[in-house]
Design a protein around this ligand. Structure first.
Ligand SMILES: C[S@@+](CC[C@H](N)C(=O)[O-])C[C@H]1O[C@@H](n2cnc3c(N)ncnc32)[C@H](O)[C@@H]1O
Length: 261
């Protein structure tokens, strides 16, 4: 079964990410960043934030996923009929914010009063904070506690947004609980993440773009083969990221309908 799965993965192999790839965290794990002088490192952090900001401009999150959203909020007798109500003048947490570009774009476009952000990596937090400050957005970015708790007090934000993050976290229930804890009563969480029923975006993208593998290959086999391909590449960082990604709550497993595992 493993060899068959590897052959299926090989039908549409994914290229290895290039060291200079600004689209995700790739650049931060290579010498181009690690061995750069402080000024160059700051430039790279800023370029990463800007890259995400530009991506948001090309494919805006809110229009893509919430253009038909009708807010159930009724204030002063008026129904607030779109997502902007949850952003304008509000304190908003971007959970899993990476280097901040997307959140800063939302803040500037929709007039967010204060942007909070959290992620698991200190460099991303530094980048996000620098990027928001450079764009004159009031911000408070804090690295997630090692126990997975958000480093913010109870009921401090009006809205939580999390985009393409929940498929990565180790403990989805804990993350959800934490997002609810920091949310003011009546606040909303807007969560978007890929799921089992989508044929594409199975999050095996370090290795393959072959669609719908999660529909036909049992999850343990899929995870095992995915890791074995990464190991053959001898890219230990990629393998350990892959290992985390194929942990018990990865997309491949997490989004599978209950009872299938
Ligand atoms: C695919 S990126 C999405 C980044 C950002 N939301 C965006 O759309 O530009 C996933 C992000 O989730 C972060 N992440 C992974 N595990 C996390 C966790 N347990 N809690 C919070 N963030 C996490 C990663 O560090 C990364 O920045």
């Amino acid at each position: 079964m493993d060899r068959f799965t590897e052959r299926l993965m090989g039908l549409m192999p994914a290229p290895e990410p290039s060291p200079g790839d600004l689209s995700l965290n790739e650049i931060f794990r290579h010498d181009a960043y690690l061995k750069a002088d402080p000024q160059r490192q700051a430039e790279i952090r800023r370029a990463s934030g800007q890259h995400r900001y530009n991506e948001e401009e090309l494919k805006p999150f809110w229009q893509t996923y919430f253009s038909n959203y009708k807010s159930p909020i009724n204030q002063n007798g008026r129904v607030q009929n779109n997502f902007v109500w949850h952003l304008k003048g509000k304190e908003v947490l971007d959970f899993g914010c990476f280097t901040g570009g997307r959140g800063v774009h939302w803040a500037k476009k929709y007039g967010v009063a204060k942007l909070y952000g959290s992620d698991i990596n200190a460099v991303y937090m530094q980048a996000a904070s620098e990027f928001a400050t450079a764009n004159e957005v009031e911000n408070d970015y804090r690295i997630l506690n090692s126990d997975g708790m958000l480093p913010f007090p109870d009921e401090c934000v009006d809205t939580v947004v999390t985009f393409d993050v929940l498929e990565h976290v180790d403990d989805v229930a804990r993350s959800m609980k934490e997002m609810l804890r920091v949310l003011k009563p009546g606040g909303f969480i807007f969560a978007v993440f890929p799921q089992f029923h989508q044929p594409f975006e199975s999050h095996l993208g370090f290795v393959t773009y072959t669609p719908a593998l999660q529909w036909i290959v049992p999850a343990p086999v899929l995870s095992r083969t995915f890791l074995s391909v990464l190991e053959k590449r001898q890219d230990s960082e990629c393998t350990s990221r892959g290992r985390r990604q194929s942990g018990k709550n990865s997309l491949v497993l997490m989004a599978r309908p209950r009872g299938n595992l």
